[in-house]
Design a protein around this ligand. Structure first.
Ligand code: ADP
Ligand code: MG
Length: 682
């Protein structure tokens, strides 16, 4: 039963009635491979061919439908002249004009002295109305007089054919067996999935986002995604592992050597992680905390514990710089016996080989690096904990793969500073347990945020001068490496040249193409206060920690999203000094831009900023998900459908709490599986 429904809906379009090889090729090029894909390409508008017009009332340039009688063929024997068919109704005459058409075909579709209905665009030629190559022609007017949807992906496929395909599909979809409980269905006036789909494609329903059919389908989608997450989580939680056994005094020893004390939230989250490490079930946990909330030390303490219980640890960072920084911190605070290595994609081959060997024979305890540390050829003898820093762009299937790669005994800890609006937590992290650091270290002063026009650069320069005199350091962020022809982003290189004239020997440059060794030297020198201003692109965005830098200047700030600006701003304000963030602009700001920046100025709470940013820009943008390849919802929208997200979350909690059988949702999950991992888990 289940099979029939999704077999049809997921069947290859080339097997459908009415779709030939040519059409299916065009559709596939557009990423439409099966019925399901077709169903979610919604009409944007429609052409109304339902009302007929008399010839005397025709309007030039408009699409109109006319019922008329052909009464004379005019087939010229000269090449390039079109065939003309004289037609009339009781109010006048017009021509149907055909270029490149066979006489036989014309005679068949427009037989003389028979009433025919045609529809198309009206033009004017030698004082007479005409219609050129009409595509909608029939003796049966009811076949023509309809509303036809305009689907935006129809290049190469006529509107007529596309409508025919969709209508055929709507007729052919097998009735699904309802998967929702009665209480849920009731909220959508009990509309079935099939009826909802049919409604979705009715021309008069275009844009009716608040209607029951639309909301039901949006809810289907949300619930499906939550169910998949929930199943992944259940499945991982079932995995039995060897308990990690370690004493708390190792951790206390490290803490006693730090020059700060952990915040309550750091202690709380560390305890949650330690609890998981010690349990006999695999950990799959997200440590979430705003920029600067102090996640690294929590993760490193957990890593130390895992190592002390005899396991290896792998910690992955999104950039080499960050990996290196974590590595340096570990070397500073870990016990001397612990063997620590960092693997860079640019490491010498010999060194790489040696690291690979040592990982395989267990003579490295903890390895730092970018995704390179999870290459196929790298085999861990005894991996017990994977830590992934700043990886909010990992999708559920990538996370699952990671968990699988580590093996049963390997716990997984992800860290993210990207604050997720409340409604999206389940959507994005529903498969993981959550530990949240809410408070920042108390020693912090709030970063002061200002906006400045480019023309006021002299003010900025004199401000910097003062800060440098006080011994402080400055980040200067420019969006692109080189002047791009397409976008007028400021160039880091140019700015570097400019600033080094003003501040000789005080400025360094860093961008995506800087040689890795040089990068390291630059960063180390900056860390050791050897120069004062670091001009860079956004590569400093995630994670890097320079407590002595207390000013960040961001050029072309309007090119960034609020969450990204918040992340950048998080590079300062880490030490105890007062910090400043200056957002620069080329021209005066639009009302909307002002609104957005006011949010940033008035709040340093990443969660609040992300909520507001989402309201202003839509959720795809704020988290960079659009670029990340994580598939997003087709209909559901976290802003407009937040009630549906809550409803689905409640349902999932109910299912989990009462351990309800989810068998009836299998078709739903299979149909909507965004992550393609369903076969793996159900
Ligand atoms: P993030 O959560 O953004 O990764 P980090 O772990 O990089 O933050 O920490 C930011 C800075 O705060 C670091 O310099 C770190 O040493 C410092 N730090 C961490 N915990 C505390 C604390 N409890 N008190 C004071 N400073 C802290
Ligand atoms: Mg960090």
């Amino acid at each position: 039963m289940i099979n029939n429904t999704y077999k049809y809906i997921l069947s290859d379009i080339k097997n459908l009635r009415g779709i030939g090889i040519k059409t299916s090729k065009i559709l596939k090029k557009k990423g439409i491979n099966n019925v399901f894909d077709l169903l979610w390409k919604l009409p944007k508008s429609y052409t109304d061919r339902s009302k007929s017009t008399k010839i005397k009332d025709l309007k030039i340039g408009e699409i109109q439908t006319i019922t008329l009688t052909p009464y004379k063929y005019n087939f010229p024997r000269i090449r390039n002249l079109p065939n003309r068919i004289l037609c009339k109704d009781d109010t006048g005459e017009m021509d149907c004009v055909f270029f490149n058409s066979y006489e036989g075909y014309i005679k068949k579709i427009l037989p003389l002295n028979k009433e025919i209905t045609i529809s198309g665009k009206i033009s004017h030629f030698k004082n007479k109305y005409q219609m050129t190559n009409p595509k909608y022609v029939s003796e049966n007017s009811s076949l023509i007089k309809n509303k036809y949807n305009n689907y935006s992906l129809t290049e190469g496929i006529s509107e007529k054919l596309y409508n025919k395909i969709i209508n055929q599909i709507l007729l052919d979809i097998p009735k699904i067996i309802e998967w929702h409980d009665a209480d849920i269905l009731n909220k959508f006036d009990n509309i079935s999935w099939n009826d909802a789909i049919i409604n979705l494609h009715k021309p008069e329903n275009i844009g009716k986002y608040k209607s029951n059919f639309y909301e039901r389908l949006a809810y289907d989608e949300i619930l499906a995604s939550f169910l998949v997450h929930s199943e992944v989580r259940k499945k991982i939680k079932k995995i039995k592992k060897q308990k990690k056994i370690f004493k708390s005094h190792y951790q206390d020893l490290i803490l006693s050597k730090l020059d700060f004390r952990l915040t309550t939230d750091q202690i709380k989250t560390l305890n949650e992680i330690n609890y998981d490490l010690k349990s006999d079930r695999k950990m799959f946990r997200l440590l979430q905390g705003d920029v600067g909330s102090g996640k690294t030390i929590v993760a490193l303490l957990a890593a130390h514990n895992a190592i002390k219980s005899g396991f290896q640890v792998a910690m992955m960072a999104p950039t080499e710089i960050l990996a290196k920084q974590h590595y340096n911190l570990a070397r500073k605070i870990f016990e001397k016996e612990i063997k620590i290595k960092v693997l860079s994609s640019k490491s010498q081959n010999k060194e790489k080989k040696s690291i690979i060997n040592q990982l395989e024979n267990n003579s490295i305890d903890i390895i730092f690096g970018t995704h390179a540390i999870f290459q196929k050829k790298i085999i861990f003898k005894n991996l017990g904990l994977i830590i992934i820093d700043e990886q909010h762009k990992f999708g559920v299937n990538q996370r699952k793969k990671l968990s699988d790669k580590g093996g049963d005994n390997c716990d997984v800890l992800l860290m993210s500073a990207t604050p997720i609006p409340r409604t999206l937590t389940m959507t994005i992290y529903g498969d993981m347990d959550l530990s949240i650091i809410k408070e920042k270290p108390k020693t912090r002063k709030e970063v002061k945020t200002y906006t400045k026009l480019d023309s006021k650069i002299d003010d900025i320069l004199s401000f910097i001068k003062k800060e440098i005199k006080l011994g402080n350091q400055i980040f200067w962020v420019c969006p692109l490496i080189d002047e791009s022809k397409k976008i007028d982003h400021a160039s880091a290189v140019k700015k570097f040249d400019f600033l080094k004239k003003k501040f000789p020997n005080q400025v360094a440059l860093l961008h995506g193409k800087t040689d890795p060794e040089e990068k390291e030297i630059v960063l180390n020198n900056f860390l050791n206060n050897k120069f004062k201003i670091l001009v860079s692109t956004t590569i400093i965005e995630v994670g890097i920690d320079f407590p002595n830098a207390n000013v960040i200047i961001i050029e072309n700030a309007n090119k960034f999203g609020l969450s990204q600006l918040h992340q950048l701003r998080g590079r300062v304000g880490r030490g105890e000094k007062q910090s400043t963030c200056i957002l620069m602009f080329k021209s005066s700001l639009t009302e909307n831009a002002k609104k957005r920046l006011n949010i940033l100025k008035s709040s340093t709470d990443g969660f609040k900023i992300s909520e507001e940013d989402m309201k202003l820009r839509g959720f795809g943008d704020i988290l960079g998900f659009k670029q990340s390849g994580i598939k997003m919802f087709k209909l559901a929208d976290p802003i407009h459908n937040s009630n549906l997200f809550e409803l689905a979350e409640k349902k999932i909690k109910e299912i989990e709490k009462f351990q309800k059988n989810i068998g009836k949702y299998k078709t739903l999950m299979k149909l909507y599986d965004q992550a393609d991992i369903i076969n793996d888990i159900v």
